[in-house]
Design a protein around this ligand. Structure first.
Ligand code: ADP
Ligand code: MG
Length: 250
């Protein structure tokens, strides 16, 4: 059954997930449920496990214990088809999202063509429409290095959503950008959220998190210390660890 057929079924259900790198216990029993159209923002110090958590969901890292369920399917079952799972999830990282040797349009249509077998004309029509929507229609034929970092990240985002993924994972997508370029990228994320995307995002942009997140999850040393609405976490944190973290970053 898909998430569309069962509105009460979470899009993502992370259950008791543990991850170790050698002797280092990096995720220590993570439970996280994300429902359709929700935006969940992961906050926490560098090294707290945010990226590792996102990577386990995209099956870029194997978990040592627990389960991850995507719209009813246990994707951490060893029999799961990794490529099929990844095709259902859009991902954008901090760096190097676009293939430098391909034009902007070729980047955007790649997954539509290769993963979903869309005919070239149809994929290019949708690609151009997406680029026009973010004001970059005139850049379709350019190579990524001719675009600003903010433009490149916006292209990476529309590439990630071109195939209508069930879930969008965004990992510090503005951390490498010059400050004046951050806004245009976060505005696009806000638009996707408003349009109904289901998003899990790691970010240090606290004012954005407050404005756009349905839920904030504070991670420390691989443990969810506290989660709640932006008001709960930012204005009334219950745990001393959360208060200390917020005092340091604000
Ligand atoms: P965050 O994204 O919150 O900064 P990470 O998930 O990147 O945190 O890292 C959590 C911890 O796991 C860190 O101590 C990091 O050094 C370690 N780590 C991450 N990836 C690897 C890896 N591939 N091999 C070994 N250790 C790793
Ligand atoms: Mg990280």
């Amino acid at each position: 059954m898909s998430a569309q057929e069962s509105p009460s079924q979470p899009v993502l259900d992370v259950q008791g997930v543990h991850k170790r790198f050698g002797g280092q216990h990096v995720l220590r029993g993570i439970d996280l449920t994300v429902r359709q159209h929700e935006a969940v923002v992961l906050i926490g110090a560098s090294g707290s496990g945010k990226s590792t958590l996102l990577k386990t969901v995209n099956l870029l890292e194997q978990i040592d214990d627990g389960r991850i369920v995507l719209a009813g399917d246990d994707i951490t079952d060893p029999r799961a088809d990794v490529d099929a799972v990844r095709a259902r999830i859009g991902v954008v990282f901090q760096h190097y999202n676009l293939f430098p040797h391909m034009t902007v349009l070729a980047n955007v249509v790649l997954a539509m063509r290769k993963v979903f077998g869309a005919p070239r004309a149809e994929a290019e029509r949708r690609g151009l429409e997406l680029l026009a929507r973010i004001g970059l229609g005139d850049k379709a034929g350019e190579y990524p290095d001719r675009l600003s970092g903010g433009q490149q990240q916006r292209v990476a985002i529309v590439r990630a959503i071109a195939t209508n993924p069930e879930l969008l994972l965004l990992d510090e997508i503005t951390s490498a950008l010059d400050p004046q370029l951050v806004g245009e990228v976060l505005d696009l994320v806000s638009e996707l959220k408003a349009a109904g995307s289901t998003i899990v995002m790691a970010t240090h942009e606290m004012s954005f998190a407050r404005r756009v997140a349905d839920r904030i999850v504070y991670l420390k040393d691989g443990v969810i210390i506290e989660s709640g609405t932006p008001e709960q976490i930012f204005d009334h944190p219950q745990r001393p660890e959360t208060r200390e973290f917020l005092a340091r970053v604000s």
